[in-house]
Design a protein around this ligand. Structure first.
Ligand code: KDG
Ligand code: MG
Length: 415
C-alpha cells in the first residue's frame, strides 16, 4: 500500500491548527496533527515544501522507516518545527495502519492497560472566589484532577488565568473556556508584567485555601511556566509540600536541565517538565538521574506516536510516568493520538485536557469520550477522527501570537 498523496490543511475554527492528511493508493486516509502554537505556518511550509514531496510513493506501512528517513535523512535534527512535522506524518501513518487492520489504534500499541486515561482540567480565577467557582464547575463536570492557576495581587493579568469569570469555569461541556491565545487576532503579542517574589508569596496561600475548601482527595497540579531560578523553584516546591500536589510543572527554563537537580535536592513535590521538549535526547539525563516524575511531551510536538512511545519506554525503567501536554493548541487529532497511546502505555500518569471549542470539535469530529474523570478513545478503526474539510476551509488562518512576559522594569522574562 503506497502513499498516493499528502495534503496540508490549515484551519482556524477559533484558533489555528495544522493537519496533515495522507491518502494511500487504496484510498485509505489518515490524519496527523502538526500544530505549533504561534508558528503554525512554519510547520505547514516545512511539510508542504520539504516533506510532502518525499512521501509520495513510499510504503504507507513502513512507519519506523519513514520516521528515521525524515529524522536522520534531513541531517538537521530535532527542533519544534521539524518534530511537529514528523509527528504529523507519523500519526497519520498510524491512523492508516489501524484503519487497515480494522482496529482502534490503541490495540496496535499493545491494547488497553486501563479503562480510561485520567485527565486534569484547568481551573483558574483572578482571585480565590473566582477560582473556587471554577474548581466547583470542574468537579461538577466530573474532573478528579485539576490544575490551579490564579491571579497574583499587584499583577494585572497572569498567563494561564482566564480573563473573565465566565471563561474560568469552562469545563468538559462548556465553550466559555480559556485557551492560550489571549492575543489572538491581534497584530502583535500581548505583553504581561511579572513579579516572581509576589508570585512566590501568593501561591502557597492559594493552595492552603483550596485544600481547606475542597479537602484532600482532588489531585491538584500547578504550572510555574519556566519562570523561576533553581533556588526559587526549590523554595516553591518546599512551600507547597503540605498541599500534596500531583505535580509542579515547568519550574525552571527547560534549556538547562541541571537546574532540576537543585530543585530535586530540596523538595519532595513531584516535578513535571517537557512540553517544549521534542525528542528523547531532551530527557536523557532527567530520566536516568530521576530528576523528574512526569514527561510532558505530547505526540504532536515530539515526533509522533513512534517517538513518544520511545521516550515513555525509556522513562518506564525509572518509574517516570507520562503527563502529556493537552492544551487547546494540540488539535483533537493530536489529543486522540495521545489518548490511544496513553490507554496502552503501562507507565501512563495523567493526560492534560483542555476542552476544544464547539467549532473545533465540529471541524475534527473526535470520537474520544470524557467520563468518570477520564478520556477513552472511540472503538472505531484508527484514531477516531472525522475531519470536515469543507467546514475547515471556511476558517482561514489568522495570525495569532502567544504573549510575551516582562519584569516590572521591562526586562523580557521566561514565561
Ligand atoms: O502553546 C503553549 C501552550 O500550550 C502552553 O503554554 C500551555 O503551559 C501550558 C500547559 O501546560 O498547557
Ligand atoms: Mg505548561
Amino acid at each position: 500500500m503506497l502513499i498516493e498523496r499528502a495534503d496540508v490543511i490549515v484551519t482556524s475554527p477559533g484558533r489555528n491548527f495544522v493537519t496533515l492528511k495522507i491518502t494511500t493508493d487504496d484510498g485509505v486516509v489518515g490524519y496527523g496533527d502538526g500544530t505549533l502554537n504561534g508558528r503554525e505556518l512554519a510547520v505547514a511550509a516545512y511539510l508542504t515544501d520539504h516533506v510532502v514531496p518525499l512521501l509520495t510513493g513510499r510504503d504507507a506501512h513502513a512507519i519506523e522507516d519513514t520516521w528515521q528517513y525524515l529524522y536522520r535523512g534531513a541531517y538537521w535534527r530535532r527542533g519544534p518545527v521539524t518534530m511537529a512535522a514528523i509527528a504529523a506524518v507519523d500519526t497519520a501513518l498510524w491512523d492508516i495502519k489501524a484503519k487497515v487492520a480494522g482496529l482502534p489504534l490503541y490495540q496496535l500499541l499493545g491494547g488497553a492497560s486501563r479503562e480510561r486515561c485520567l485527565v486534569y482540567g484547568h481551573a483558574s480565577g483572578k482571585d480565590i472566589p473566582e477560582l473556587f467557582d471554577s474548581i466547583r464547575k470542574h468537579l461538577d463536570e466530573g474532573f478528579r484532577a485539576i490544575r490551579i492557576q490564579t491571579g497574583v495581587p499587584g499583577l494585572d493579568s497572569v498567563y494561564g488565568v482566564a480573563s473573565s469569570a465566565a471563561a474560568s469555569v469552562g469545563g468538559a461541556g462548556s465553550d466559555s473556556r480559556y485557551d492560550y491565545e489571549p492575543a489572538r487576532r491581534s497584530a502583535l503579542p500581548t505583553e504581561e508584567t511579572w513579579d516572581t517574589r509576589a508570585y512566590l508569596r501568593h501561591v502557597p496561600s492559594v493552595f492552603e485555601a483550596v485544600r481547606g475548601e475542597f479537602g484532600e482527595d482532588i489531585a491538584l497540579l500547578h504550572d510555574a511556566h519556566h519562570r523561576l531560578t533553581p533556588i526559587q523553584a526549590a523554595k516553591l516546591g518546599k512551600s507547597l509540600e503540605p498541599y500534596d500536589l500531583f505535580w509542579l510543572e515547568d519550574v525552571t527554563p527547560a534549556e538547562n536541565q541541571e537546574a532540576l537537580r537543585w530543585v530535586r535536592h530540596h523538595t519532595t513535590t513531584p516535578l513535571a517538565i517537557g512540553e517544549v521538549f521534542n525528542s528523547v535526547w531532551d530527557y536523557q539525563h532527567l530520566i536516568r538521574e530521576q530528576l523528574i516524575d512526569y514527561v510532558r511531551s505530547p505526540v504532536t510536538h515530539a515526533g509522533g506516536i513512534t517517538s513518544v512511545r520511545r521516550i515513555m519506554d525509556y522513562a518506564a525503567m525509572y518509574q517516570v510516568k507520562s503527563g502529556m501536554h493537552g492544551p487547546t493548541d494540540v488539535s483533537p487529532v493530536g489529543l486522540a493520538a495521545a489518548v490511544h497511546l496513553g490507554l496502552a502505555l503501562h507507565n501512563f500518569g495523567i493526560q492534560e485536557y483542555m476542552v476544544h471549542s464547539e467549532q473545533t470539535r465540529e471541524v475534527f469530529g473526535p470520537t474520544y469520550e470524557f467520563a468518570g474523570g477520564g478520556l477513552r478513545p472511540g472503538e472505531e478503526p484508527g484514531l477516531g477522527i472525522h475531519v470536515d474539510e469543507e467546514l475547515a476551509a471556511q476558517y482561514p488562518y489568522e495570525r495569532a501570537y502567544l504573549p510575551v512576559n516582562r519584569l516590572r522594569d521591562g526586562t523580557v522574562h521566561d514565561w
